[in-house]
Design a protein around this ligand. Sequence first.
Ligand SMILES: *Cc1c(COP(=O)(O)O)cnc(C)c1O
Length: 452
Amino acid sequence: MNKYQDLPSVDALLKHSGAQKLISKAGRELVIQLIRKVLQDARVAFKHEKNLPTNDEIIQRTHELLKNWLSPTLVSVINATGVILHTNLGRAPLSQATIQAMHEITSGYSNLEFDLRKGRRGKRSIHPEQILKRLISVESALVVNNNAAAVLLVLSALARRQHVIISRTQLIEIGGGFRVPDVMRQSGAKLVSIGTTNRVHLHDYETALREPAALVLCAHHSNFRIIGFASEPPLKEITSLAHQAGIPIVHDLGSGALLDTEQYGLAHEPTVQESLKAGADIICFSGDKLLGGPQAGIIVGKAEYLSKIKKHPLARAVRADKLCLAGITATLFHYLKGEALQKLPVWHMISTTKAEINRRAQNWKKMLGAGELIKGESKVGGGSLPGESLQTTLLALSVRKPNYFMAKLRAQPAPVIARVENDLVVFDPRTVLPEQEEILIEKIRSLLNEVK
Ligand SMILES: *Cc1c(COP(=O)(O)O)cnc(C)c1O
């Protein structure tokens, strides 16, 4: 063939046995669309190459294109980075019971907004609210799409066109476009910033509280730490001042731990219970950070404020779906049953002992028959506990081109995300799920053979 008019027609190609197979897999319309695309590309290529593909080649290319078109870009990966709440890798992996609950609720109909007793319309907010009330003794609760939405909703409902007092030490950016001052402006609240970048005193709050304000916002620093000459008064003292002035405190906790991180050799991460005890009126936190559940924003606190928040039009715009509500509820059940450490992957990873990690790393080395074990650090991530780390044992590989090796690990199905440290490719057992271990080692082995 030497003229592009010599290319076969779509009709002729459809009679090819390979094309028939593709049609049985993906339907006629899509196959025709892709054959047209392959033919078009062949015409363009002909201008430079003066060469036309055979019918077999065209069908083969159509097959490749079809595989590509039908592959999701969102895939599961093996996280060997040792960062437990890796925002780029989807934060918290879910517990089996959570996955099961989400599966059940979405495979059919549910009483999402239906009161089974009265046989009429109900409220979706009651599902997570009931368990949150039992778990942390709050008056009321609302679950929305994520914590950024939670903060925006709370400020919009309670502080539009009014003053919100916040310390300059807390005018933070947590990444992904969430900047506290911008969110405040977006809600229509007027920002009253007090103190300085490094320090804020109780008397700063006292002075500000002499003017009318809708609320005081306290935001957790999340992903950074001020060291040196820095201080903030305890939340308890701020709340008692604000309450004397008749003004509520909203605490954006960020990560929202329900368990104490200190038991695992980490610094203290403020918990929801402590914030309640210190008198915060409204607390917002994420579902998929230290809570260890699906993406969500959880708002808990006093009923008088929550009822206003629930009625705000934005509440409808940022409401959580049934998948999220089922997942959050199932995750919270683990806390109620006192089994969060064992059942929630995030907490299981945090609480895995040095000895256990070392044993797994030893086992990896034995399975692989290569590499060295070195000491390293895992991180909690997810905007919690900045600068803190958990001791770990890493499997380290010395390869000629570490970044090339990493790229190869990412390029295959079930991609592996590892780290390079001092020119070594390192794998942290802490964040690799037990059922992924064998696949991981197999992948490393075959890649080592390939690059040798
Ligand atoms: C993470 C975080 C948020 C945003 O939460 P998302 O669930 O990611 O939307 C808001 N505030 C603080 C302090 C955070 O740490």
